[in-house]
Design a protein around this ligand. Structure first.
Ligand SMILES: *[C@@H]1O[C@H](CO)[C@@H](O)[C@H](O)[C@H]1NC(C)=O
Ligand SMILES: *[C@@H]1O[C@H](CO)[C@@H](O)[C@H](O)[C@H]1NC(C)=O
Length: 453
């Protein structure tokens, strides 16, 4: 009795710490291509009320940057593609741009990064040749104002920059972009301690391949997963598979150490007749399950240790965007600031979050026993099956997971049960250090550990 209370104390002591240590981070893109959007002041009030503490904007609008000042919201700004040419060719242009658009706002407005251009390789006006020199010149300008250690520079890359993305382990960049762009970009990112920005849309892949990609796999709902024939890793959602294709492509160029931030992802709540999969239910499932996956789910199968930072696209439906109907319907909110559907934005919001029809866990994450010795493992197992309330019926004599009858197997089953049952809450795979998470399905004899909540 005394020892289990002590143990409980240990658990709760580490809970707060773990919430910080294991959780990824969610941001939102605040696009403004609409004629009916709320004022920036009202948008900032909305961001605060939703507990959103990271935003990305597509320019450096003075009213927006002023509205974001003296908040706890971190901001990524953008130097638009039209300015890449002068920023690349004229050093004083880059200095003046930083002087006018960054210096007056930072640090009251917490600018954490500058996106130099956006999806530059997909821009019909080919500005690819200006990208790297522009990034360097903007960095030099930040150095001049001694802002370079606080503000990172990068450039969001669309997944169309990949030559191969399936299976993920074969991920590679388009060959013509490697030498002129990606090598110098990764050198730059490494030297400046920055990260690669990636815009990833499982929706596009699903929309055009709905005959072979299952909707459950695209929406993080329970599914059998897909094995990567290259390395045998198992994927339980398309998002992870896309991000790992990027990690593989970056590694193939020789830069395993470059971090990745997902600067855009989303799912439209409406689309035209031929836009398969665009619906409120699917958008709610994608975004809700994605947020849960990022805040509770660890890294990807290829990079289990990374903490993901993911920016949802987008804050509002934007009625002036070009393209198919879906383009104007990615918003989490209507212009009148009402929710299109319910999505939590942080661990606090996740606690009360009850998805309408997006529940489940299409993200492979299990909790298993660590090698900490018999005594600690037994104590943790007793706690899990006792006060912890794990479902331990399957490890009783004669039940399906009694064999193999080892402490490691039984403890893993119990820890995993507790972990999934609590919705993979922060700190729920700890047990005083006797447990850890894995992204690949663990198997003990014929006993498969459940994945999902
Ligand atoms: C775009 O410009 C780069 C260099 O500036 C060039 O190498 C590339 O071939 C161009 N791409 C297209 C599609 O014109
Ligand atoms: C919930 O999702 C299932 C598919 O997993 C679907 O059959 C069902 O119609 C959905 N229910 C609602 C209310 O959208």
């Amino acid at each position: 009795m005394a020892s289990s209370h002590f143990f409980l104390l240990l658990l709760s002591t580490f809970l707060t710490f773990l919430a910080l240590a294991t959780s990824g981070s969610i941001g939102v893109n605040y696009g403004r291509v609409g004629n009916n959007l709320p004022t920036p002041e009202k948008v900032v009030t909305l961001l605060k009320s939703q507990g959103i503490n990271r935003v990305k904007v597509y320019d450096t609008d003075p009213v927006v940057l002023a509205a974001l000042s003296n908040t706890n919201i971190k901001v990524t700004v953008d130097l638009p593609n039209q300015l890449l040419r002068p920023a690349a060719l004229i050093k004083t242009f880059a200095v003046n741009w930083v002087d006018r658009n960054i210096v007056p706002y930072h640090p009251r407005t917490q600018i954490e990064a500058i996106a130099v251009g956006n999806e530059v390789f997909a821009d019909p006006k080919n500005t690819t040749g200006y990208l790297i020199p522009a990034m360097r010149n903007i960095h030099q300008a930040l150095v001049k104002y001694n802002l370079h250690s606080n503000i990172k520079i990068s450039s969001p890359v669309a997944l169309s920059a990949l030559q191969n993305s399936y299976p993920s382990s074969s991920g590679s960049f388009r060959p013509e972009l490697i030498r002129p762009v990606f090598k110098p970009m990764f050198d730059f990112l490494r030297q400046t301690g920055s990260y690669l920005m990636v815009n990833a849309y499982p929706f596009f892949a699903y929309e055009s391949n709905s005959d072979v990609i299952s909707l459950d796999y695209a929406l993080f709902r329970p599914n059998a997963g897909m094995a990567d024939s290259g390395n045998g890793l198992r994927y339980f959602n398309l998002f992870d598979a896309q991000i790992d294709a990027v990690f593989a492509a970056v590694a193939a160029v020789g830069f395993e150490d470059i971090p990745v931030v997902v600067t855009e992802t989303g799912w439209p709540s409406r689309g035209g007749g031929n836009e398969i999969g665009a619906s409120v239910e699917n958008a709610a499932a994608y975004n809700g399950n994605l947020v849960r996956r990022v805040l509770t789910g660890g890294g990807t199968p290829l990079r289990p240790e990374v903490k993901l930072t993911v920016f949802l696209f987008a804050m509002f439906n934007e009625n002036n965007k070009d393209g198919p109907d879906s383009e104007r319907n990615y918003g989490l909110f209507y212009p009148n600031r009402e929710k299109v559907y319910d999505v939590p934005f942080n661990l606090e919001g996740l606690k009360d979050y009850r998805p309408v029809n997006g529940s489940g866990s299409g993200s492979g994450l299990w909790c298993v026993a660590s090698d900490v010795g018999k005594e600690r493992l037994q104590m943790a197992l007793d706690y899990a099956c006792g006060e912890g309330g794990a479902d331990c019926r399957s490890i009783q004599p004669g039940a399906t997971c009694y064999d193999p009858n080892t402490l490691e197997a039984h403890a893993s089953f119990a820890f995993n049960s507790y972990f999934q049952k609590t919705g993979r809450a922060a700190g729920s795979c700890y047990f005083g250090g006797a447990a850890h998470t894995v992204t690949q399905p663990p198997k003990f004899g014929k006993c498969e550990l459940p994945n999902g909540y």
